[in-house]
Design a protein around this ligand. Structure first.
Ligand code: FAD
Ligand code: SF4
Length: 557
């Protein structure tokens, strides 16, 4: 029998426990404490943070070199308070790789410099920040996905969380628990890149002015344990070139958390025009370069994962507020790709949102005019200035690696410089499905055999991501039956040879030929990276959150 949905009332609900919303919740808690210490009438709002991961940090994955600027601002004693910093960047290099050779850039321009920055595991940082948020009186709900918006009187008035205990066919199981209605005076959306809730909210409250289309990259990352003596703690290496041809944007990294613990990863542009590009394969080929293979030889890959990140910059940002909601961090596209960084910007947006919410609580005013002050704060902040100066960086690479590097160089002297100011806005035309050729690397893929030592199959990588889902639940990847029949198995097979089998890093999509051609989905493999929703050339895949708690279980990523 269907049970009633329980309703809980909060003042603020944060959707997503990433660095953006956790910084926001901590800063808000501290502002309230400081205010209450001075005032007779205490403010005691109910604040909740929800996350679909099965523990705090389970879905957080990043490089990560962290610019500590925001931490210094809102949490100056973070080191003494136990913040998990793995290392401080000690020296760094940028390399251009050909298949066998390497060339390092003779000098490091200031914006690329990581001097004084920190090496962190985002998963560990997130878990620590979540503990600090709880110390500020914030209620944390892990295993909980925001499945749908709740709209009342023309504004977002809360969210519905995921139903549990529903079987594959939609029947209620014995352990069925309907999701909760979490009512809130303001919902703060910090789902990271390509949020499923934000997509729905943007449909309900369409922006007045259109931003440039968002761009995305997919990062595939591995943590390695290696024998000592090869790298020093804090070494940072960034690479361009191999294995990508010049026409495709991407690059790799290697960060030494210690002489024996490394973060290795590769980012590949996700474009409908390049649907057959395979980010997992690109990382495997990257590691075969002698620079990498020499360092990794005899080591052990201990964790693996993937996630897409936004790269459209300030021109592609969605509105930061709407009736009843604020948008923080990567949900708002706050990544500076020129610096390969988003964590400090996510945290900064979170603290600015906290200051806005604090004033809203103080004045008992959650009107749109009050929420709008978050946008004003952001535009006056260093975070906006940083994003604005780098706004044309990614667009320049539409003309290929070499033109991109020239423009990136010019931007260092003339921040925001672009050869063609309009190119970010004409992306739809440039990246029309099929407008680029399938990258040459894909041809070699047929012959590629992972050795299980340096290179891995998608199954092997998945095994090391800690991914788990309740198997008997409705498929969270929604594709209409008629689209499978008419598009996947006919049109797409002819036009693109079913690129979903390439771009998904977790082998969720398989096309089987016998007894009749069919699309087989393995949703339990899903890493929640969101690549499929973006790379699908026909836009027929909708990613929805599975039962809360499902997905990867990162510990070091
Ligand atoms: C491979 C890779 C490497 C990177 N390297 C760096 C780097 O070296 N330095 C750097 O500064 N930045 C780096 N970035 C970018 C950086 O990680 C992000 O910009 C930053 O993590 C964004 O923070 P966020 O809080 O906005 O979102 P996220 O960190 O993505 O966190 C969002 C959280 O929301 C949860 N969530 C999402 N949807 C829902 C929902 N509907 N219901 C409930 N919970 C939900 C997720 O589970 C997740 O925990 C990298 C990114 C990637 C992918
Ligand atoms: S199915 Fe999951 S793992 Fe595969 S591309 Fe989509 S979101 Fe990523």
């Amino acid at each position: 029998m269907k049970q009633e949905r329980e309703s809980l009332e909060f003042d603020i609900v944060f959707v997503g426990a990433g660095p953006a919303n956790l910084a926001s919740a901590i800063h808000l808690g501290r502002l309230l404490k400081r205010c209450n210490a001075r005032s007779e009438k205490a403010l005691d709002p109910a604040i909740a943070v929800i996350d679909k991961g099965r523990y705090a940090g389970a879905h957080l994955i990043s490089g990560a070199v962290l610019d500590p600027r925001t931490l210094d601002e809102f949490f100056p004693d973070y080191r003494e308070s136990g913040c998990p910093v793995e290392a401080i960047v000690s020296n760094e290099r940028i390399w251009y790789l050909t298949e066998k050779k390497k060339f390092h850039f003779p000098f490091l321009p200031e914006p690329f410099s990581n001097r004084g920055n920190l090496l962190v595991s985002l998963s560990r940082l997130g878990s620590w920040l979540a503990g600090e948020a709880e110390k500020e009186g914030v209620q944390l709900f892990d295993n909980t996905a925001a499945a749908a918006p709740f709209v009342e009187n023309g504004r977002l008035a809360g969210i519905l969380t995921d139903d549990k205990g529903v079987d594959r066919e939609g029947n209620l199981k014995g352990n069925h628990e309907p999701g909760l209605l979490l009512k809130a005076r303001t919902v703060v959306i910090g789902e990271g890149s390509d949020g499923s809730l934000l997509r729905r909210i943007s449909g309900l409250f369409p922006p007045d002015t259109a931003a440039a289309p968002q761009r995305y990259e997919t990062g595939v990352k591995e943590m390695w344990s290696i024998p000592p003596g090869r790298l020093k703690t804090g070494e940072v290496h960034h690479m361009f070139g191999h294995p990508l041809p010049s026409g495709i944007y991407g690059g790799g990294w290697l960060y030494a958390f210690s002489p024996t613990l490394l973060s290795v990863g590769f980012i590949t542009s996700v474009e409908p025009a390049l649907p057959a590009c395979d980010p997992h394969f690109n990382l495997q080929r990257f590691k075969q370069h002698p620079l990498l293979s020499g360092i990794l030889e005899g080591g052990r890959m201990i964790e693996s994962g993937a996630r897409c990140l936004t790269s459209g910059g300030v021109d592609a940002m969605p509105p930061l507020y709407g009736p009843g909601f604020l948008v923080t961090g990567e949900s708002a596209g706050m990544v500076n790709l020129q610096r390969r960084k988003g964590v400090h910007l996510a945290m900064k947006s979170g603290t600015l949102a906290a200051e806005t919410l604090f004033e809203a609580l103080l004045h008992d005013d959650f009107s749109i005019d009050r929420l709008k002050t978050y946008d004003e704060r952001f535009r006056k902040s260093w975070a906006f200035d940083e994003l604005n100066a780098a706004r044309n960086y990614r667009k320049a690479f539409d003309r290929g690696l070499y033109a991109g590097l020239v423009q990136a160089g010019l931007q260092l002297t003339f921040p925001g410089f672009s050869i063609d100011e309009s190119n970010g806005h004409s992306r739809d035309e440039k990246t029309k499905a099929g407008s680029k050729k399938v990258p040459s690397g894909i041809a070699g893929k047929e012959l590629f055999r992972p050795d299980g030592l340096l290179t891995f199959s998608k199954e092997d990588s998945l095994f090391r991501s800690g991914t788990m889902h309740e198997e008997n639940q409705p498929c969270h990847l929604k594709i209409k039956a008629e689209d499978i029949e008419e598009i996947c198995l006919k049109k797409c097979t002819g036009e693109f040879a079913n690129p979903c089998i390439h771009f998904c890093p977790a082998k969720v999509y398989e096309i089987t030929a016998e007894p009749v051609p069919s699309l087989r989905l393995n949703p339990s493999n899903c890493l929640h990276c969101k690549t499929c929703e973006i790379a699908d050339p026909y836009g027929i895949i909708t990613w929805t959150p599975p039962e809360g708690g499902g997905g990867p279980g990162y510990k070091l990523s």
